[in-house]
Structure formats: structure tokens, C-alpha cells
Design a binder for this molecule. Structure first.
Ligand code: NAD
Length: 299
């Protein structure tokens, strides 16, 4: 299948590579030359522009940072026409970026008017899951469009859920990431307190992982450097899920909460904590670096 893949960052690059390895013809594009070079080295064809990438594509996968990037790409911005004017009728867009559900719906409506199908398919599982092809996809869209996308999603992920109509995948993803943001802070607090009280971070992490405090961060994403060989923390908080991306998701969660008057006190507090961490200069670092805010000078 001819696939256009737009957005080759920490998540998009390994996802595009997995599609390529599965035997599809992937034409990839990113605004960053370095990002393009990394994917080219794995055998994917690099397009000269997003417009070039979608020529002849039956499926377009996008993995961009935020709502404004997805809306700008497909609907256009600053007087530049959107990519929808270039995509063949009958093609399918799979947008895996984490963005506002309302933006997914807006793009889906415009796509429908252009004869193009659209699903939102945000993911969970981190860069480790993207590399291993074990991501969880949370899909919003019609059953028929999901079934069309499924063979490709299966090459990038292990669990595929149909959350509901377009936008529902984003709602599920935002609920999940609000919980993730909160649990990373809680896990960081506990480890920092234990280490300051003389415990070995590896021993404490293992005790909590096997106890009632066990969670995903303790399993695969420990925020303390050196506890896990492949964690972002051990890599100096590089190459994972940026603090600024988590901050974006917690902002989306607050919008979701306000729209229905939901009470999310911990979600609100988590947003404030990541915002302070970002302002202190840690925005580009992995979000597990939030532990730095919580460590006493002794730890
Ligand atoms: P990233 O910042 O590493 O990569 C985004 C890429 O998009 C960059 O390379 C950037 O140059 C490119 N880009 C931006 N605008 C573009 C455009 N108009 N055309 C082409 N390329 C463009 O981000 P990421 O970590 O890969 O995350 C991507 C999305 O996935 C975000 O919405 C994020 O919230 C979500 N997500 C990330 C993780 C994670 O662990 N990193 C996990 C799940 C979901």
C-alpha cells in the first residue's frame, strides 16, 4: 500500500519505520531535516514536502505535536491551502496526534466534504511501544473506516480500541494522559521522599512495583536515573515524551473537564506542576524529569 507519513518525531519515526518494514511503500515528510534523515537511513522514501508525500497515497498517517499543527496541515494556514486539496478522493487519513477532539471533528468534516475519510487514532505506549510496534490505538470514527485502517494499525500497535465517533479517540486519550501525568508526579514524590530518607532508588522502586503502589511508571518509565536501563531518565531525560507535550495534554484535559463541569482537582494541579517545571526550563525534557522539582537537595 502507498502510505504518506507526516511528522517523524520521537513517535512518528519508529511508527513509519514499522510500516515500511511491514512491506508498505512509505513516503515520509517532516519539517525537520534531521528527522527525515533518521527515517531515510531505515529505508523509507523522503518527500520534498507534505504535498509531495501525499501524491498517489491511499492512506495518510499524521503524527504531529498539537491541534494547530494538524489543522494547519490539512486545512491550511497563513493563506497556504491545506493538504486536503492535494489528497486523492477515497483516501483515508489516520491522525495519531494527540489533539482536541473538536479539531479532529473539524478536520474530519472538511475531509468528508473533499471525499476523504478520517479517523482520529491517538496512541499510548511511549517511544518504547512505538519502536516495538506495541502501541495502544484509541480510535474515533466509523466502524468501516476503522476496519480499513486496522491492518496498518496492527503493524504499529498491539491493542486497538474503538472509542466511538470522530473525536472519541481523543477524549479517551486525554483521560488516560491526565491519569498518566498525575501518576508520574505521585511516583516521583514517593521515590524522591524514599531516596532522601536513605533508600536505594532501585530497591524502593521494585518494592512499590510489586506492591499496591505498582503502576506503569514503575513498570517501564521510572523517573529516577539509572533504575531502568532504557528509561528516558537514564538517557538524561531525552527522546521520550516532552514535558511541554504533557502540559498540552493536561490543558486539553482541563478543557474537556470544563466543557461538562467535571471536577478534576488532581488534573488541574498536575497541569500547574508541569507548567512550573516547563517555565523553569524543562519543557523539552521528558516529562518524567518532573522528579527534579520534587527532589530535596539531599537526594
Ligand atoms: P515530537 O515533537 O518528537 O515530533 C513531532 C514532529 O512533527 C517534529 O519532528 C516536527 O518537526 C514535526 N512537525 C510539526 N509540524 C509539522 C508539519 N506541519 N509538517 C511536517 N512535520 C511537522 O513529538 P512526538 O513525541 O513524536 O509526539 C507526537 C504526538 O504524539 C503528540 O501529539 C504527542 O502528544 C503524542 N504522543 C507522544 C508520545 C511520546 O511518548 N512521545 C506518546 C503518545 C502520544
Amino acid at each position: 500500500m502507498q502510505i504518506a507519513f507526516i511528522g517523524l518525531g520521537n513517535m512518528g519515526a519508529p511508527m513509519a519505520i514499522n510500516l515500511q518494514k511491514a512491506g508498505h511503500s512509505v513516503k515520509a515528510f517532516d519539517l525537520s531535516k534531521d528527522a527525515c534523515e533518521r527515517v531515510k537511513a531505515e529505508g523509507a522514501q523522503i518527500a520534498t514536502s507534505a504535498e509531495d508525500a501525499v501524491q498517489g497515497a491511499e492512506v495518510i498517517v499524521s503524527m504531529l505535536p498539537a491541534s494547530q499543527h494538524v489543522e494547519g496541515l490539512y486545512l491550511g494556514r497563513d493563506g497556504k491551502p491545506g493538504l486536503l486539496t492535494q489528497i486523492a478522493k477515497g483516501a483515508l487519513i489516520i491522525d495519531s496526534s494527540t489533539i482536541a477532539g473538536a479539531t479532529s471533528q473539524k478536520v474530519a468534516k472538511a475531509a468528508q466534504a473533499a471525499g476523504v475519510a478520517f479517523i482520529d487514532a491517538p496512541v499510548s505506549g511511549g517511544t518504547g511501544g512505538a519502536i516495538a510496534g506495541t502501541l495502544t490505538f484509541m480510535v474515533g470514527g466509523s466502524e468501516a473506516d476503522l476496519e480499513r485502517a486496522r491492518p496498518l494499525l496492527e503493524k504499529m500497535g498491539k491493542n486497538i480500541f474503538h472509542a466511538g465517533d470522530v473525536g472519541a479517540g481523543q477524549t479517551a486519550k486525554i483521560c488516560n494522559n491526565m491519569l498518566l501525568g498525575i501518576l508520574m508526579i505521585g511516583t516521583s514524590e514517593a521515590i524522591a521522599m524514599g531516596v532522601a530518607n536513605g533508600l536505594d532508588p532501585k530497591v524502593l522502586s521494585e518494592i512499590m512495583r510489586r506492591s499496591s503502589g505498582g503502576n506503569w511508571a514503575l513498570e517501564v518509565y521510572n523517573p529516577f536515573p539509572g533504575v531502568q536501563e532504557n528509561s528516558a531518565a537514564t538517557r538524561g531525560y531525552t527522546g521520550g515524551f516532552g514535558t511541554d507535550l504533557m502540559l498540552k495534554d493536561l490543558g486539553l484535559a482541563q478543557e474537556c473537564a470544563m466543557s461538562v463541569k467535571a471536577s478534576t482537582p488532581l488534573g488541574g494541579m498536575a497541569r500547574a506542576i508541569y507548567a512550573a517545571h516547563s517555565i523553569a526550563g524543562h519543557g523539552p525534557e521528558d516529562f518524567s524529569s518532573v522528579i527534579k522539582m520534587l527532589q530535596s537537595p539531599k537526594a
